[in-house]
Ligand binder design. Structure first.
Ligand SMILES: Cc1cc2nc3c(=O)[nH]c(=O)nc-3n(C[C@H](O)[C@H](O)[C@H](O)COP(=O)(O)OP(=O)(O)OC[C@H]3O[C@@H](n4cnc5c(N)ncnc54)[C@H](O)[C@@H]3O)c2cc1C
Length: 313
């Protein structure tokens, strides 16, 4: 009985979330006294890299096809059966969000998503989940023999382990999908929002897209990704891929800088788990200040140039 981790590959590389998932899987395997097997589907990534993060075995399925949830879920399920894995770890990335429920259904497994703790096996198999858009935690006991745990990215330290993993080509082939992907338009040349350690975000207080060069300049200096509020993307000032919040992306960076964003509850739903929040707003009563660790009351058009200059220095 082993622990199986889905090792997500994006653009020929393992995602940072994959290292978190493998290192989490290793800790679960150590608790259960078993080994951790990673299943990597795709091409380009160096499978042996996963041994650093605790994998005992890495199985690879080479494919140039884009991700399709049903075909990948079938391959993960078949891999779990092959290595007798009862516990499957998947990172709750975009890919993981569509994969985990399908794997759970195929395995007839108990599924816990948005998991932010290691399991507590002292009384069953309990994990802590983030619920209600990060406003509360639920402690759930997974009652089936097979379990799928989808962990929240950026919630776990990436631990390193010694040893080298056995890397094997899997005998399992990726099957046909019910979907045919005709084309994929990728956002390129940017730090992916969900992986960013620092995010600089702008709201309607930035007045218009012509002022976004300041947000981008600060982000460049800080090595940050850029984000925005919903109205900003609705008005096409910024692409929808940058929209964070209840109806956008949920992020959990180490530092979130919100500029000219009021802090509506729907926005906070996507960013309130950030480790440190800085709000810049000219209205001292802006709700964001209640959620922020640091606040600057001031006009963004005065504050941002000073911040950029300070960050440059
Ligand atoms: C069902 C539903 C889902 C939603 N989902 C989302 C979501 O996912 N994400 C999201 O963001 N919103 C979402 N919204 C919208 C949300 O309720 C708010 O309307 C939105 O977040 C407000 O965006 P904003 O803060 O950029 O704009 P505004 O509310 O207009 O706030 C602008 C802020 O900028 C400040 N400001 C103005 N000028 C300056 C200046 N010169 N310098 C500094 N500060 C300045 C103002 O004081 C104000 O606080 C949702 C709403 C609904 C009903």
């Amino acid at each position: 009985m082993s622990v199986l981790v889905f090792a997500e590959i994006s653009d020929g590389k393992f995602k940072k979330a994959t290292f978190e998932a493998v290192s989490y899987g290793r800790q679960v395997a150590d608790m259960l006294g078993t080994q951790v097997v990673a299943i990597a589907i795709g091409t380009g990534a160096d499978a042996s890299e996963l041994s650093t993060y605790g994998a005992h075995v890495v199985k690879t399925i080479a494919t140039g096809d884009s991700f399709t949830a049903d075909a990948y879920a079938a391959a993960v399920n078949a891999s779990a059966n092959e290595v007798s894995a009862h516990t499957i770890i998947i990172s709750n990335t975009y890919t993981g969000k569509s994969l985990a429920p399908r794997v759970a259904q195929l395995m007839n497994a108990a599924l816990a998503t948005n998991v932010v703790s290691l399991p507590d096996t002292s009384n069953g198999f309990q994990v802590k989940r983030s619920v209600f858009s990060g406003k509360a935690f639920a402690f759930v006991n997974l009652q089936r023999s097979h379990k799928v745990i989808a962990i929240t990215p950026n919630s776990f330290e990436i631990k390193t382990f010694g040893g080298s993993a056995n890397v094997e080509n899997s005998a399992i082939a990726l099957g046909a999908s019910s979907l045919n992907i005709d084309s994929v338009n990728k956002v390129t040349g940017k730090i992916p929002l969900t992986e960013a350690e620092v995010v600089v975000s702008g709201g309607r207080g930035m007045k218009g897209p012509e002022n976004w060069h300041m947000i981008e300049e600060l982000a460049n200096i800080l090595g940050a990704a850029t984000a925005c509020s919903k109205p900003v993307s609705d008005m096409d000032w910024r692409p929808h891929s940058e929209h964070v919040g209840q109806t956008g992306i949920t992020i959990k960076p180490n530092l979130y800088i919100a500029i000219g964003i009021s802090g509506a509850i729907q926005h906070l739903a996507g960013v309130s788990s950030s480790k440190v929040i800085v709000a810049i707003n000219k209205d001292p009563e802006a709700p964001f200040f209640k959620a922020a660790d640091y606040g600057i009351v001031g006009d963004a058009f005065d504050v941002l140039p000073q911040l950029i200059s300070a960050a440059k220095n």
